[in-house]
Design a protein around this ligand. Structure first.
Ligand code: ADP
Length: 167
């Protein structure tokens, strides 16, 4: 049985992420989506919120699980028994840092291999940060993120705006 770890911030989950999950799930027996608890990145959603939105969006996807982790990805890969780390690749600009990370992880744990899955054309320019910007300026995000992300995202950004207005 091959377990693949799919680590990331998922702040929030987009259709681009889900596409990678589905492609990975067709290749590997078990896919563990691992939400990074990284306070230094100042995420818009707490780890629990991100996990909840992912769980709701997944619905019935056998073999796909969600977890959280902090520290080194490779440590968590060992913990869940993953031999593969999955990462999505969009533009060439993703490549350099992803390649660097993959080589470092291999150095730390030669038994774990990073597998890059190319994004679908329709998700090429989709990123969590772009979605947050779009939502902040009132754009329609519903075609880019799962339904369970739409409302929380609108609400979070509206409450943030109010905070700006009345500090
Ligand atoms: P990180 O902070 O680890 O980059 P992200 O949530 O931004 O976390 O991304 C997690 C993974 O999902 C990364 O491998 C990233 O390349 C991939 N990813 C993000 N957006 C897309 C997309 N639109 N299409 C394909 N893969 C994507």
């Amino acid at each position: 049985m091959i377990t693949a770890l799919y680590p990331g911030s998922f702040d929030p989950l987009t259709h681009g992420h889900l596409d990678i999950v589905d492609r990975a799930a067709r290749i590997f027996d078990r896919v563990v989506i691992a939400v990074l608890e990284n306070p230094s990145k100042q995420p818009l959603f707490t780890t629990d919120e991100r996990v909840r939105m992912i769980r709701e969006s997944l619905g019935e996807r056998p073999g796909v699980e969600v977890s959280t982790f902090d520290g080194l990805t490779i440590g968590f890969a060992r913990q869940v028994g993953a031999r593969v780390i999955v990462r999505g690749l969009r533009a060439v600009s993703d490549f350099e840092s992803e390649f660097q990370m993959a080589l470092m992880n291999r150095r730390l744990e030669p038994e774990v291999t990073t597998v890059f899955i190319p994004t679908s054309l329709r998700h090429l320019f989709l990123s969590s940060s772009l979605i947050k910007e779009l939502a902040e300026f009132g754009g329609d995000i519903s075609e880019f993120v799962p339904a369970s992300v739409v409302e929380p995202l609108k609400q979070r950004l509206t409450s943030r705006e109010h905070k700006h207005e009345h500090p």
